[in-house]
Structures are given as structure tokens and as C-alpha cells.
Write a protein that binds this ligand. Sequence first.
Ligand code: 6PG
Length: 223
Amino acid sequence: MSQQVFADTEALARHAAARVATLCREAVENHGSCHLVLAGGHTPRRCYELLRAMDLPWAALHIWFGDERCLPPGDAGRNDAMADGALLAHVPIPPAQVHRIPAEQGPEAAAAAYAALLASAPAMDIVLLGMGEDGHTASLFPGNPALDDTRLAVPVHDAPKPPPVRVSMGLSVLNAAHHRLILVMGNAKAGALARVRRGDPLPAARLAEGEWLIDQDAASPPA
Ligand code: 6PG
């Protein structure tokens, strides 16, 4: 488990943005495009804000979402709404290359639609992920059937983190990506992180090898 600890959230966000930029440029140099999966929640926002000031091959980027909450388009609670505000509304990625999860269609229909899109897509180049206090990642929660659902995109019901109905990329897609960057900030995550480190079978522990970017608070003993 490759992990780097940063003094504070700003240092972590700066490193994450620099890593995404480097990996994006490498992907575009290697195969002409970069398929980047964005994480939701609050953790990655600053990284996204820093990315938008960078000189990236935006026209060659394809944006995907690791998960989405089943809320109406434009709802402030949606993960794509956060990404729009922090990054996508500010950079010249062709709109047809921003592959939003149609979560407003409901979990089953949206998961089927996204799975069909993923089936015709290459492996993701970079997946950004967060982790919850219970060790969930994307919308794959402990004990939830979605975690072991082998489809490329999966419907999620009864998520303990509101809203309860979501769509997530399946674990196989997250693990088939070339690079995973997992961003973990705050002492509230310290307990779950310690459990991942010791091998407890939490969803985040089932991610394939990735770069864990952790702030000092999350690396410290749980309060
Ligand atoms: C979501 C995210 C979720 C998030 C973690 C961490 O829909 O909320 O997909 O997996 O990454 O819950 O959330 P924070 O970054 O807000 O702590």
C-alpha cells in the first residue's frame, strides 16, 4: 500500500493535482487520450480547483464519475455538480467527453446505461477516489450487495451516507484502471484507514494497488 502523508490538506491537494496532471499528460502522449474518473464528496474539490489552472491537454480528456447520487440534474448534492463548479465549468473539455452518470433515471436504469457506455470505453487511465469513515469508496459500502456486484456499473440502495440511492462504478472497473489515487483527509477517517492498513476487508481495502494520499490528521491515531 503506497502511501504519502502530507502536513495539511492544501499540500495534499497540490500533490494530487500535480500527479493527475503528470499522469494525464503521459496517457495522452502514450495513446492520444486520457480517461479520468472523478471522485465525489468534499475531499477532491481543492485538487479540482488547482487542476483548472494547469496547462493540460483538455481536448484529449474524457471525464467519468466513480459514482453519482440519484438526485435531479443540477442538484447541488450531485457529485457532477461539485465537479462542474470546481473544474469542468472552467476548462475546455468537449462536453461530449464528459460522461455523466444519468442517476436521475434511477439506480437500475442509470447503472445499465453507464455500464453500456463503459463496455465500449477503454480502461480508465486514472481513478480518483475518496474514502468514507466506514471504509466505503465510490458508492461501494460495507456489507452492501453493490460491493460484490460484478457489473461495470452497479445500482446502490440503502447507502448509509445520504442519499441512500446511488450508482457506482463496479469494483472491477476501479481495479482495471491503470492508476488509482485515493485521497484521505481528516481525523474522522483515521480509524477506517488503520483498519485498511491492517487488512480488514473494507471496501477501500479491496482496491487494487494505488497511491494513498493522506493528510496528517488522517494518519494520526483516531481521536
Ligand atoms: C460520495 C463519494 C464518496 C466520498 C467519500 C468521502 O458520493 O460521497 O463518492 O465515496 O468519496 O464518502 O467523502 P468526503 O470527501 O466528503 O469525506
